[in-house]
Design a protein around this ligand. Structure first.
Ligand SMILES: NC(=O)c1ccc[n+]([C@@H]2O[C@H](COP(=O)([O-])OP(=O)(O)OC[C@H]3O[C@@H](n4cnc5c(N)ncnc54)[C@H](OP(=O)(O)O)[C@@H]3O)[C@@H](O)[C@H]2O)c1
Length: 346
């Protein structure tokens, strides 16, 4: 099969496009003819040899990639919930071998879900890693409830664009932090307020929040403490020593000192059940063909009905053919993408 692989760590020019062996199928896995994958910051961190959990990464030749979207072409002996011909999407962990920048992927049935009707493979590939990160942060860690005031930092990125929509779908009132170029886009995603971090100190306003989700690791718990309401939950995607220390300390303070504010770090886990719940929101209005695209960032918020419904739509920045993965990595590395960067495989 064709795949993108590397035989050493380095810049994007270490990525090669060529033949690699098809993956072996284990009894609990399905084989997917992969139509699309997406680029995540972890991909270029792993590529460069500086992923935080590098010891979990498979050996060379290394095929990167976490997200997959395609059609089941073979099922292992102990697979129960999927059959040949099913359209599925999912996420592979480093411990499962990654390897979704490839025409075929072997993935455990517990890590995939059916793609909702009407959602394209390209849109579906944008969802798993970032959608699950946002879901697990807001549902499992922050326990967002209807009426909560939620601040999403990094609102126009891969995780942030899902987070704004998921928080909104959960009934929260969302304030989005992004650059001035992206405020209209954040409103179209469902934010009722925006903060342009280039013009305003995010934490200096008079507003306070029940939840702060920092998707890009710009503001620590210590800094956000002052804008958190009593019982407030801060969640970060970055397992920095500062965040991990604050996580332990706030848990202790909640137990011993009746403190109410908590800090947590989300470490996304591949999970077909969570993805199925997300898929219900993706499917609910069958409007996937109206996926927002980056060039709609000029749209006035009132022109876009997304802010008024509970449907989650992928925000796609751009689509590259698989053999141009290096260009896609360079774009992701720029931290300027609006939403997700997709690699089209077939
Ligand atoms: N722990 C986990 O399990 C987990 C899971 C997923 C991701 N992550 C990590 O989370 C981070 C975000 O991932 P992602 O996929 O969302 O990344 P991404 O899509 O590349 O994020 C790009 C966004 O970052 C925003 N940004 C750049 N500089 C900013 C700043 N100074 N202040 C506010 N926003 C800024 C940009 O928006 P503007 O142009 O509007 O500034 C852009 O939209 C990465 O570090 C990733 O490794 C961790």
């Amino acid at each position: 099969m064709k795949a993108v692989y590397q035989t050493k760590y380095g810049k994007s020019d270490v990525l090669q496009f060529g033949d690699q062996p098809t993956p072996e199928l284990k009894p609990h896995q399905v084989r997917v003819a992969n139509h699309a994958t997406s680029v995540n910051p972890r991909d270029w961190m792993i590529r460069g040899g500086r992923y935080q959990l590098q010891f979990l990464v498979p050996s060379f030749p290394l095929v990167l990639g976490s997200d997959l979207a395609g059609e089941v072409i073979e099922v292992g002996k102990s697979v129960h919930n999927f059959k040949v011909g099913d359209r599925v999407f999912g996420m592979k962990n480093p411990t499962e071998g990654l390897a979704t920048y490839a025409e075929q992927v072997a993935v455990s049935e517990s890590n995939i879900a059916h793609i909702p009707e009407g959602l394209s493979f390209l849109d579906a590939a944008s969802v798993p890693l970032c959608g699950l990160t946002a879901w697990q942060a807001l549902v499992d860690k922050a326990h967002v409830q209807t009426g909560n005031k939620v601040l999403i930092i990094g609102a126009s990125g891969g995780v942030g664009s899902f987070a704004v929509q998921i928080a909104k779908a959960l009934g929260a009132e969302v304030t989005a932090v992004c650059s001035g170029d992206n405020t209209k886009l954040a409103e179209a995603l469902g934010a009722s307020k925006t903060i342009d971090y280039q013009q305003q100190d995010v934490l200096m306003g008079s507003d306070t929040y029940d939840v702060v989700f920092d998707t890009i690791g710009r503001h620590s718990f210590a800094k956000c403490d002052k804008v958190l309401n009593a019982g407030g939950r801060y969640v970060s995607t970055i397992p920095s020593p500062k965040n991990l220390k604050a996580m332990v300390l706030t848990q202790l303070k909640v137990k011993l000192l009746r403190s109410t504010k908590t800090c947590s770090v989300v470490m996304v886990k591949s999970n077909g059940k969570d993805l199925t719940q997300l898929a219900e929101l993706l499917a609910s209005n069958s409007l996937s063909s109206h996926s927002l695209t980056a060039n709609q960032s000029d749209a006035k918020p009132m022109d876009n009905n997304l802010a008024n419904d509970r449907t989650i739509r992928p925000l796609i920045d751009s689509v590259f053919p698989l053999n141009e993965a290096a260009k896609a990595h360079d774009l992701s590395r720029s931290l300027r993408a609006k939403g997700k960067i997709i690699l089209k495989i077939r």
